[in-house]
Design a protein around this ligand. Structure first.
Ligand SMILES: Nc1ncnc2c1ncn2[C@@H]1O[C@H](COP(=O)(O)OP(=O)(O)OP(=O)(O)O)[C@@H](O)[C@H]1O
Ligand SMILES: CC(C)(CO)[C@@H](O)C(=O)[O-]
Ligand code: BAL
Length: 277
């Protein structure tokens, strides 16, 4: 049975019953198959799984979509129940930040300044602050995050390591629609026409990843994005698997962020770079 709680006191009472490892999947709600995959992976290992649903005001910049972000709690709880989740924690803003917005927050460091960090100032500080709070409130032993938000995952891993939070951070590969579009709650904002344009992101990443050297990877991906007038690219970047400089050969990551209409989407894929033989 899945229990829905809204307050930290009710959450604590449920956690007291855990008896073993506590696994956590953090979300902002409007749940889709990507979220459900995180729950399934968590359930495979842990009997006690907490899903948090909280649209964190701290990680939205001025002019972003905090107000209009989809809020679908009843459907979300039903999805969690179908995946065998133990507890859904859907707190209010006051329950997460009882003293109002915190004056002490997380500083993401250099990894938080590039890519998403450069485009969304303050986003990663707000995100890490709430993740740290939710890890503590849920007493998480292990927490699952999607590779769709690859830089977010890297920063959370880094925070857990640097601050010795005593929690395992597990990444889960991106879940896609059959036509390649990465599942995202923000896909709900897209019209049918915009959704077709948005396919250029995953197509560009796929074509890029099929090349072997850095120059060809970027050129192939760039061409596909440039040919799609409905897409305005924010960045297209080839990095190492750790988001540092891309190596000449070996594991790398190709990342893209773009606006389709007023909707900002991100995506990324792993790839192998090879030196010319
Ligand atoms: N397609 C996906 N595959 C795997 N994990 C995903 C996918 N989409 C989201 N997640 C993961 O689910 C968790 C909660 O993400 P969130 O609630 O922000 O959903 P989202 O779809 O990424 O929303 P948004 O559209 O706001 O970016 C994060 O760890 C995120 O990486
Ligand atoms: C990790 C997270 C739930 C923190 O608000 C959010 O950034 C998200 O949904 O990816
Ligand atoms: N899915 C990442 C959270 C955000 O865009 O705010």
């Amino acid at each position: 049975m899945t229990t829905l709680v809204h307050t930290r006191a009710d959450l604590a009472a449920e956690l007291d019953r855990a008896g073993g490892e506590i696994a956590v999947v953090m979300t902002m709600g409007a749940l889709h198959e990507g979220h459900r995959q995180l729950m399934r992976v968590a359930r495979e290992r842990s009997a006690f799984v907490v899903v948090t649903i909280f649209v964190n005001p701290l990680q939205f910049g001025p002019g972003e979509d905090f107000e209009k972000y989809p809020r679908t709690l009843d459907d979300d709880v039903a999805a969690c129940a179908a995946e065998g989740v133990t507890v859904v924690f859907a707190p209010s803003r006051d329950d997460v930040y009882p003293g109002g917005p915190p004056s002490i927050t997380m500083h993401p460091g250099p990894l938080g300044e590039i890519l998403e960090g450069a485009s969304r100032p303050g986003h990663f500080s707000g995100m890490l602050t709430v993740v740290q709070k939710l890890l503590m409130l849920t007493r998480a032993d292990v927490a699952y995050f999607g590779e769709k938000d690859f830089q977010q995952l890297a920063l959370i891993r880094r925070m857990a390591r640097d601050l010795e939070l005593g929690v395992e951070i597990e990444g889960v590969p991106t879940v896609r629609e059959s036509d390649g579009l990465a599942l995202s709650s923000r896909n709900r904002y897209l019209s049918a026409e915009q959704r077709l344009s948005a396919l250029a992101l995953s197509r560009a990443l796929r074509e890029g990843a099929a090349q072997s050297d850095a120059e060809s990877v970027l050129a192939a991906a760039h061409k596909i994005l440039a040919d799609e007038p409905g897409v305005r690219v924010d960045y297209l970047a080839l990095t190492g698997a750790d988001l540092g400089a891309a190596p000449e050969e070996g594991e790398a990551r190709l990342l893209v962020a773009a606006k389709v209409g007023s909707t900002r989407l991100i995506d990324n894929v792993p790839l192998q770079l090879r030196k010319d033989s």
